[in-house]
Ligand binder design. Structure first.
Ligand SMILES: Cc1cc2nc3c(=O)[nH]c(=O)nc-3n(C[C@H](O)[C@H](O)[C@H](O)COP(=O)(O)OP(=O)(O)OC[C@H]3O[C@@H](n4cnc5c(N)ncnc54)[C@H](O)[C@@H]3O)c2cc1C
Length: 501
């Protein structure tokens, strides 16, 4: 075995029967393209045995949602085999991350989702890209290192832009022709000095985090969820599904303050309360208290109140994982790596996609960073198409967020809302949440955003058309709608009116 193969074999990690693979040159029918035959924007590198990767034409750093969809797009263009390498610090091939706070946390007797069930690209109806899929497609993968039964993350820790190389924590040197940074976000943490690292305190970003939370839930009695965003909402819904005493704490006045109106939030809060979730709103946390066993035992609020808890989940947001790419141009307003409408950074041959990319949100004429899976998927596809073909279209993203909770078998009420567009202007709310409700955002007479709970597939399909077209709507007429169906019909007809003008 050559030294290259030996070091690559070390990068393989076997866990729960998972076998990740990297190619052996003898088993691959490699096709070497002349640079001009692939793209003016990809930089082909000379071969050298001093690099750990054999596939050097395209390297993706990060093995999450956007990496999985990018890999599929390389395959669709016939440009993966022997050319594409993925470097991730996770133990698993890319998967649909949103599942981690949804079906992954179903109570143990309600058939929780487990890998390989939700590898990308199943979330958009695509093929399930298991580790074998990467092997079949000739994609080289570097994941967690396994040495003497101990597992070590091996993230990329340095980049040399001049030499077009990356270095990993363990010292592997990787060469790239074109580089796609797809490092996502890291969960924001409580500082250690206020108990943020105590045993029993959880953050959730990857499968390892979710597994750790599950092992706490198995013996938990009192769970506190910190944060009233969608992650906090999903975890609180999951915890009561496990029949655990669950309290959700956040400083805002209501759930999902960034999107929900107070009235809409109230409906969801009532549903959560019916399911047993207790709320502490408008409060700040002073610190997390340690018990005599060294584990977390309580949450202490600034107002002096103490809430007992043996399991605490912090869902207070995330930060773009820009390290070690700080030498690339960063966006100081929204954070992340600045890219153009084709996900190119200003450094030739380097791209950024998904949560970490600060990109022009063409529809609204502003720079945005979007931490949602729909953007992760679409940005990956757009970037790879632009890299491999003559496509020069500017990415034209329509913001789309969703959440699903209480979906386990036997749940008295399943919840699935979707939002498209921009939540600006006045709102019109229609429906009584039994089960449907819709909120329309109207700005200067135009329909800018729409949220729908428990819609039919046809109704959900209408939402992006409305948010994309931004038709003028008769607000008074919309307000007088007697049902969600009628309101959507009114909105649909304003689309038709706009089309005839
Ligand atoms: C628990 C959870 C639930 C979610 N639910 C929803 C939802 O309901 N709806 C929705 O729209 N969105 C949801 N999201 C957001 C969505 O999952 C993300 O927007 C999406 O995963 C972003 O894809 P990405 O590829 O940019 O980043 P990620 O999927 O986070 O992947 C980043 C990858 O890069 C790796 N990495 C980071 N740094 C390095 C490094 N230096 N070297 C090597 N590898 C590195 C990470 O380990 C990870 O594998 C959820 C996110 C989480 C965490």
């Amino acid at each position: 075995m050559s030294s290259v193969h030996r070091s690559m074999a070390n990068s393989l990690y076997l866990k729960h029967g998972l076998s990740l693979w990297c190619p052996h040159s003898t088993s691959l029918n490699r096709i070497h393209h002349h640079p001009s035959s692939i793209s003016s924007r990809s930089y082909v590198v000379a071969s050298s045995s001093s690099f750990a990767n054999e596939n050097r034409e395209f390297v993706i750093v990060g093995g999450g949602n956007s990496a999985g969809y990018a890999a599929r797009t390389f395959v669709e263009h016939g440009m993966a085999n022997g050319k594409l390498c993925i470097v991730s610090k996770e133990a698993y091939a890319p998967y649909e991350r949103p599942a981690l706070t949804k079906a992954y946390l179903f109570p143990p007797d309600k058939k929780p989702a487990r890998l390989p069930g939700f590898h990308t690209c199943v979330g958009s109806g695509g093929e399930r890209q298991t580790p074998e899929w990467y092997k079949e497609k000739g994609i080289e993968v570097f994941f967690i290192i396994k040495n003497n039964l101990c597992c070590t993350e091996d993230p990329v820790t340095a980049i040399d832009i001049e030499k077009q190389t990356l270095t990993t924590n363990s010292g592997k040197l990787l060469k790239y022709g074109s580089l796609i940074v797809a490092t996502g976000c890291t969960a924001s943490r409580f500082p250690e000095k206020i108990g943020g690292n105590l045993p029993g305190v959880h953050y959730i970003r990857d499968v390892a985090d979710a597994d750790s939370l599950i092992s706490s839930l198995e013996k938990a009695q009192k769970v506190v969820v910190v944060g009233g965003g969608y992650i906090g909402m999903e975890i609180a819904a999951a915890a009561v599904g496990w029949k655990l005493d669950t309290t959700i704490i956040f400083p805002e006045n209501h759930l999902l303050q960034r999107l929900f109106t107070p009235s809409l939030a109230q409906k969801y809060e009532e549903l959560y309360q019916q399911n047993g979730v207790k709320f502490l709103k408008g409060v700040s946390i002073k610190n997390l208290e340690v018990g005599s066993d060294g584990c977390v035992a309580a949450v202490k609020l600034e107002n002096g109140t103490t809430i007992e808890a043996d399991t605490i989940v912090i869902g207070i947001g995330a930060k773009p994982a820009v390290s070690p790419f700080e030498t690339l141009p960063l966006n100081t307003t929204v954070g992340g790596i600045q890219v153009d409408g084709q996900f190119r950074t200003s450094v030739p041959g380097i791209f950024a996609i998904g949560d970490v990319a600060a990109f022009p949100l063409k529809m609204y004429g502003r720079i945005a960073r979007v931490e949602h899976v729909d953007h992760a998927r679409r940005s990956a596809q757009h970037c790879v198409k632009a890299l491999l073909s003559s496509q020069t279209d500017t990415y034209d993203y329509l913001p789309h967020f969703y959440s699903r909770v209480f979906e386990y078998e036997g749940s008295p009420r399943k919840v699935w809302w979707q939002f498209f567009g921009d939540n600006v202007g006045d709102t019109v709310e229609i429906g009584n949440f039994d089960p449907k409700i819709a909120t329309f955002w109207i700005d200067s007479g135009k329909l800018k955003g729409v949220l729908l709970e428990s819609g039919s597939p046809e109704e959900f399909q209408l939402l992006p058309k409305l948010a994309r077209s931004q038709p003028f709507v008769d607000k008074a007429k919309l307000e007088s709608a007697s049902s969600v169906e009628t309101a959507l019909q009114i909105a649909r007809s304003s689309l038709q009116v706009d089309a005839t003008v």
